[in-house]
Design a protein around this ligand. Structure first.
Ligand code: DP6
Length: 327
């Protein structure tokens, strides 16, 4: 009986052009393409073991046994790998992240990227990076972007096979730093999966989608040309447009807190004073402050001196998801 066990590591990522809303909820086909940067230094490490001895799938995440809908989501993801391999064995999944849970960093991206690579390796399947990215997308849309390295574009795509993410600039291309100002550690009331289903109920979503391609092209060009001023303009507006859609959906989703808005203003002022920093915000109140090389220390000091910032986490552009050898 072959040993069917493997471990994989993946980074979370921060979207610079956002994913919000699907054309197909089951397949997580997004309504528009998106761009992200992997968050190096932050990792999720996941081991998957298949065995005829297991009566059911089980998953332990950061020391907690999963149950209910969370475990079902993992099980469905394992089913995809089992079907490819023609295997019926149940699996034991064990996963740990080195960044704090509930700090507003989407752990589903690194979790489903690492789970995909570990499950595929454990079953000795040969999948290309593109196929792994599509597979990871089925578990969590943004996980498709945590499979390739560095600066990544996720092509929206109209089918499972054509909706995948790919590197357009390696991690070393631009030494940006993401300083994440943690404003709240509370678990968000409405998660992304539910949020995506509400996007279409906002009258602003169509306007967002009509202009999304142009913003994506401008963001990609700004990264390729190391043009921080253009990057700041486009990333901030894209983040705000997504939040405008969230706030005007039915029911509305308000993720910002007073300090979120205060920090957005502060970052714009700092930039006017010559500090190269920009903000972007995901489905939560915490503010990702992305700094050009050489500007991270002053921003870190300023963030740490704010009484409403609980903690500042730091990440640099990260590499791809990978299977850990010999485990
Ligand atoms: C606001 O990928 O977390 O962070 O596919 O339901 O798991 P699911 O959603 P998820 O959505 C991410 C939303 C976002 C923007 C982004 O990362 O592009």
């Amino acid at each position: 009986m072959p040993i069917r066990k493997a471990t994989a590591v993946a980074h979370p990522n921060i979207a610079l052009i956002k994913y919000w809303g699907n054309t197909d909820e089951a397949l997580r086909l997004p309504a528009s393409g998106s761009i992200s940067m992997n968050l190096g230094g932050m990792t999720t490490r996941t081991t998957v073991e298949f065995s005829p001895d297991f009566a059911a799938d089980s998953a332990n995440v950061d020391g907690q046994d999963m149950t209910g809908a969370g475990l079902d989501r993992v099980s469905r993801h394992l089913d995809y790998a089992r079907e490819l391999a023609g295997v019926k064995q149940r699996a034991r999944v064990s996963s740990a992240s080195n960044f704090p849970a509930g700090a507003g960093i989407a752990s589903s991206a690194s979790a489903f990227a690492a789970l995909s690579l570990a499950a595929v390796a454990a079953l000795n399947l040969e999948l290309s990076e593109r196929e792994l990215s599509s597979m990871a997308r089925l578990g969590s849309g943004s996980a498709s972007r945590s499979v390739p390295s560095g600066f990544v574009e996720w092509y929206g795509g109209a089918t499972h096979e054509t909706s995948f993410a790919e590197t357009f600039a390696p991690a070393e291309y631009w030494a940006l730093t993401d300083l994440i100002a943690v404003i709240s550690r509370e678990h968000k009331r409405t998660g992304s999966t539910e949020g995506h289903t509400l996007a279409g109920s906002s009258v602003l979503q169509q306007a967002r989608l009509d202009t999304a391609k142009e913003r994506l092209a401008r963001c990609k060009a700004a990264i390729q040309h190391l043009d921080f001023a253009s990057l700041a303009e486009i990333v901030e507006v894209d983040s705000t447009i997504m939040h405008a859609v969230m706030m005007t959906s039915v029911p509305p989703l308000f993720y910002w807190q007073p300090e979120t808005l205060a920090l957005m203003e502060a970052v714009r002022e700092w930039r006017a004073d010559g500090i190269q920093v920009l903000y972007t915000i995901d489905a939560g109140p915490n503010v990702h402050c992305i700094c050009a090389p050489g500007h991270e220390l002053v921003v870190q000091e300023r963030l740490k001196s704010r009484p409403n910032v609980l903690e500042v986490l730091k990440a640099i552009p990260g590499g791809p998801a990978y299977v850990v050898a010999d485990e």
